[in-house]
Design a protein around this ligand. Structure first.
Ligand code: G1P
Ligand code: ZN
Length: 543
């Protein structure tokens, strides 16, 4: 029996950079979750009669949300739902499953790297048939629908479905299949990399690896891949059990939030190789003894070495990076004679390029990298890529980086984040700076001369769509760059991101810390935006 429940629009259901994210307390408000889900069903007629992939990062409220989602999917005529066992599916695993099973789409219940627990955040991402996130146009239509919604459809039957065991169930007219969240994903990765070579590297007693799953979704995936299939020593995976509150931590693999992990790699007896991922498994951090690989460098190194990895042996069609990401990969692409695209922040902008076969690898400075095997970034993929690379090159992480910099120069990069409690004043700051851009070229700031300044507009080369206001860019006459943009993933206040980069061709100057190399640029960025006027003296995090 299908109920049509009258409702009124919930305010502010506009999805951000990656789906709708709100505090759990908001998602728990009556009709809030239902309204958003119904807006998706109303906007995507292909879901009726189609199948749907469902899973999440295991955070608090995941199970409750899945129970409601299944009753609504059945009521909206979905023919089959494939649900990850225990409600788990990492973002990249879900992205791979959607096209594999010919599903019309998928719901990934995650707020990515945002903290979890009953006082943390929850989120929903809707991905379409190619496994990628809803485009900006579709997202706008879903948002428009949330503003006029007046009813949602849900099955009256509240009998709980056992999602903890593999099996099949019937809910109204909809079939439900509980699937293993790991095996299809692990099989796909096994086809891309040379597991034999990685296995022999990991069997070398002098080579130790450590992967920190941060009590988020990648634990079961990492145990299967590294310990079971690749023979890593037992104990190589830390914090492997997914917990609803991620053990109280902030599941984001970056030097700020994972400072303890980074510190443990600075010791002389640190493992040779390390990795970490985030809440939903799409981000990655790569570490070596004494070093964290900057994401822009990681993408560049991968591009330069892809021919050594079996899945990419035939060469790369092209590469892409988000606009604020460093130009390191551009230099490699130039030497390889392949195109390099610059897209706005957010993985969905890569998907058209991937679908059109224009790019093979892509990445963002925010610890995201992936390839055309998926339509999302993929944390464990990046870790396996690096392991495969080390197994072939027989060099340490530090040596690989130093050699890369010697060949291409080093692109020093740093991102400074400033939290601004009053979102309106953050928007005013950006508008004020935007209005002043045209007057900046030629001006001096802290010993640097501004060469150009603009507001980034992206024209998608595949479908011609235009995305405006994607970040304010300033370059200096000596080739350095500052980018300012506001985060689109936070759930309160605003976060100003200031991205700094500078190229250093001189080998003798490449081994200093990025913070020292970018000190003058950081001061200039601070001055140009007059951040002290808002009391923003120090960034809240530097990554
Ligand atoms: C952040 C990152 C961006 C990434 C997104 C989702 O978005 O900057 O690169 O795609 O998270 O993981 P932001 O908060 O900057 O809008
Ligand atoms: Zn994530």
């Amino acid at each position: 029996m299908v109920l049509s429940v009258p409702t009124r629009p919930s305010p502010d259901q506009k999805p951000g950079t990656a789906g709708l994210r709100k505090p759990v307390s908001i998602f728990k408000q009556p009709h809030y979750l239902e309204n958003f889900l119904q807006a998706v069903f109303d906007t995507c007629p292909e879901l009726e009669g189609g199948s749907l992939v469902v899973g999440g990062d295991g955070r608090y409220f995941n199970r409750e949300a899945i129970a409601i989602l299944l009753r609504m999917a059945a009521a909206n005529g979905v023919s089959k739902a494939l649900v990850g066992r225990q409600g788990l599916l990492s973002t990249p695993a879900a992205s791979l499953m959607i096209p594999h099973f010919g599903a019309a789409g998928g719901f990934i219940l995650t707020a990515s790297h945002n903290p979890g627990g009953d006082d943390g955040d929850f989120g929903i991402k809707f991905n379409v048939a190619n496994g990628g996130q809803a485009s900006e146009t579709l997202t706008d239509s879903i948002h428009a629908r949330t503003r006029s919604i007046d009813r949602y459809l849900i099955l009256e039957d509240e009998t709980p479905i056992d999602i903890d065991h593999l099996g099949r169930h019937q809910l109204g007219g909809m079939q439900i299949e509980i699937v293993d969240p790991v095996s299809h994903y692990a099989d796909t990765l096994e086809r891309l990399f040379d597991f034999g070579k990685i296995r022999s590297l990991l069997s070398d007693p002098a080579f130790q690896m450590r992967f920190d799953a941060l009590h988020a979704v990648t634990g079961p995936y990492a145990l299967e891949l590294f310990e079971k299939r690749l023979g890593a020593r037992s104990g190589s995976i830390l914090n492997a059990k997914p917990l609803p509150d991620f053990g109280g931590g902030h599941p984001d693999p970056n030097p700020h939030d994972a400072a303890r992990l980074v510190e443990s790699f600075m010791a002389d007896d640190a493992p040779a190789f390390g990795g970490a991922s985030d809440g939903d498994g799409d981000r990655n951090m790569i570490l070596g003894r004494g070093v964290v690989v900057s994401p822009g460098d990681s993408l560049a190194v991968m591009t330069a070495n892809a021919h050594l990895i079996s899945g990419y042996r035939d060469g790369l069609a092209g590469v892409a990076r988000s606009m604020p990401t460093s130009h390191a990969v551009d230099r490699v692409a130039k030497r390889l004679g392949i195109p390099c695209y610059e897209t706005p922040t957010g993985w969905r902008f890569f998907c058209n390029l991937l679908d059109a076969g224009r790019i093979t690898l892509c990445g963002e400075e925010s610890f995201g990298t992936s390839s055309n095997h998926a339509r999302e970034k993929d944390g464990l993929w990046a870790v396996l890529f690096w392991l495969n690379l080390l197994a072939v090159r027989k060099r340490s992480v530090q040596e690989v980086l130093a050699e890369h910099w010697r060949q291409y120069g080093r692109d020093f990069f740093q991102r400074e984040d400033y939290f601004i409690a009053d979102a309106d004043s953050a928007r005013e700051l950006m508008q004020g700076l935007d209005a002043r851009l045209a007057s900046l070229p030629g001006k001096q700031m802290g010993g640097l001369t501004i060469q150009s300044a603009d507001n980034f507009t992206y024209r998608d080369p595949v479908d011609g769509s235009e995305s405006r206001n994607q970040g304010l860019r300033i370059t200096t006459t000596d080739g350095a760059r500052i980018v300012y943009r506001l985060s689109g993933t936070g759930t309160h206040g605003a976060t100003l991101r200031v991205y700094l980069e500078r190229h250093e061709p001189d080998v003798a100057k490449q081994s200093i810390a990025a913070s020292a190399a970018l000190r003058a640029l950081s001061r200039a960025a601070h001055g140009i935006a007059a951040l002290d006027r808002l009391g923003l003296n120090q960034p809240d995090s530097v990554t």
